[in-house]
Design a protein around this ligand. Structure first.
Ligand SMILES: Cc1cc2nc3c(=O)[nH]c(=O)nc-3n(C[C@H](O)[C@H](O)[C@H](O)COP(=O)(O)OP(=O)(O)OC[C@H]3O[C@@H](n4cnc5c(N)ncnc54)[C@H](O)[C@@H]3O)c2cc1C
Length: 481
């Protein structure tokens, strides 16, 4: 990498905020995907949107690729600089610029951590609804780039439903606002295009997001079942009934034991499956919905129901859900986390397939997921030091993905395509659709320097999907953990 670029970046940001030493770059070589590593040549840490624009302009001038990075909690390798170059870390853009209470909007820089925005909103009785389980670490920029979901998205919608306007550095180096702070605007929905584009169409520097009043009443129910089929049937019935819970999450027996052992939360270990269901809204409405919910649970042979009403009780129940991934660490040093969406009526069918795959490949697959959205998250546990285990885990993951697609599912529910699933895109999209996506990318980013090699399969010929997971992963080559 040219020293001249390092000098230019240092003249823009100051020496301290441009990293190029191997030991400094190591911290940026992976995200939470755990499967792939790629070190940048340089890390640039701008403080303002204008500095981000200057960094991008310097990259364009030098013909060097650049990749945005938030907190690096992404699960599809999106923030990895696959062609090297400059990684632009956005954590220093961490100002909450304005909270507009009357208009219920907040203007934020993209390095603001999701949970920090909610802490700032609490005194106003407001909250920002999209709440990924990683919310104590992930940035709003990363959430917007991935169109993040979360526990409460079944009722409140995913990130794209909450973004009104974006300030962006486009791949020509210009800094511009798109969208409108008003809740309605006309013309093509450019904000909608950018949300979920995984940093491939520009770098977001600020956002105006919707904020929502905290509901009058919130109640969480832990419902335990003796069979996965009863729990899955309950989910389908809740959705069919028209009840709109503010959360509807599934945990299997392995997961319940894991969180109990890690966090002593006292979840019922004799259960085969547990649902965490939340109702919120005006008090009278919650009481009415509760009656409907309890009757559905009874119909599906619920074995135990616990309720959390005070904030402390609710947080205790949700803490276990949000920390499950950490609890799995007690069983294996690594996991391959699949993220797919299926029609909710297929839940039981797919869970049965997942357990059959686990048996066939002799791997542990544990399930905790956003059941209300049909967003599955089978975690395949493995030890990266045992090549045969790696191979079996990856193949099991691939088979699950194929099974989900076969019932009309989608490649990703919320973790994005990134590098992990880009080669699988032809399984879901026609050659024509893929070519339109590539054309769009080329139009917005003709130089191809903005987060290259993500989302759009570049190496695989149209319609010729090879592996769900890159062949390098199937052989264990490139694993970093
Ligand atoms: C334990 C755990 C639980 C998780 N739970 C959930 C969950 O419930 N729901 C969910 O949706 N996800 C979840 N995730 C995945 C992850 O946290 C989200 O994808 C999150 O949105 C990533 O944010 P980040 O700041 O870490 O982004 P990064 O990982 O740094 O980047 C992610 C992608 O966004 C791009 N990007 C980052 N910032 C910008 C920017 N300012 N402009 C343009 N592009 C940018 C990057 O280039 C990359 O492609 C979880 C992850 C972990 C580890």
């Amino acid at each position: 990498m040219s020293q001249a670029l390092v000098y230019t970046l240092r003249s823009i940001l100051g020496a301290r905020y441009v990293l190029d030493q191997p030991e400094e770059l190591m911290a940026y070589e992976c995200d939470a995907c755990t499967l792939i590593q790629k070190k940048p040549d340089i890390v640039a840490l701008p403080k303002t949107p204008e500095e981000v624009a200057q960094v991008v302009q310097a990259c364009i001038q030098a013909g060097v690729p650049y990749t945005a990075r938030g907190a690096g909690t992404g699960l599809s390798g999106g923030a990895l600089p696959m062609q090297g170059g400059v990684q632009i870390g956005l954590n220093r853009l961490s100002r909450i610029v304005a909270i507009d209470v009357p208009n219920r909007t907040a203007t934020v820089e993209v390095g603001v951590i999701n949970a920090s925005l909610n802490t700032a909103l609490k005194p106003y009785g407001l909250f920002y609804a999209p709440d990924p389980s990683s919310q104590s670490a992930c940035t709003l920029g990363g959430n917007i780039a991935e169109n993040a979901g979360g526990i409460h998205c079944i009722k409140y919608g995913v990130t794209t439903d909450h973004v009104l306007a974006l300030q962006m550095v486009l791949p020509d180096g210009s800094l511009t606002w798109i969208g409108s702070q008003n809740r309605r605007s006309h013309g093509p929905n450019l904000v909608g295009l950018m949300v979920g584009s995984e940093g491939t169409l520009g770098i977001i520097t600020q956002a105006i997001v919707k904020i929502t009043p905290v509901p009058e009443k919130v109640r969480v129910y832990l419902a335990a079942f003796d069979s996965v089929a009863d729990a899955g049937g309950t989910v389908a019935r809740i959705i069919r009934s028209g009840l709109v819970p503010s959360a509807l999450e599934f945990m299997d027996a392995f997961t319940v034991t894991a969180v109990n052992q890690a966090f002593q939360v006292g979840f019922p270990e004799d259960a085969e499956a547990v649902l965490l269901i939340e109702l919120d809204g005006p008090a009278a409405q919650v009481l009415q919905d509760e009656k409907k919910l309890l009757s559905i649970l009874e119909d599906h042979r619920v074995s135990q129901v616990r309720t959390g009403e005070t904030e402390a009780e609710r947080l205790a129940l949700w803490k276990a859900r949000k920390a499950t991934v950490a609890a799995y660490g007690r069983y294996a040093p690594a996991f391959y986390l699949n993220d797919t969406v299926i029609p909710r009526s297929q839940l039981v069918n797919l869970l049965e397939k997942i357990y059959a795959v686990a048996e066939r490949y002799e791997v542990i697959i544990c399930n905790v997921f956003h059941a209300g959205d049909g967003n599955l998250h089978p975690h395949v546990l493995f030890d990266p030091d045992i090549p045969d285990q790696v191979r079996r885990a990856m193949q099991a993951g691939e088979e699950i993905l194929q099974a989900c697609l076969a019932v009309g599912g989608a490649l990703s529910g919320e973790h994005g395509i990134g590098i992990e699933k880009s080669e699988l895109m032809p399984l879901q999209f026609s050659p024509e659709s893929l070519e339109k996506m590539r054309q769009l990318k080329r139009t917005v980013d003709p130089l191809g320097l903005c987060n290259p090699e993500k989302i759009f399969p570049m190496r695989t010929a149209c319609g010729e999907a090879r592996h769900a997971i890159s062949p390098a992963l199937l052989t264990g080559e490139g694993l970093w953990i």
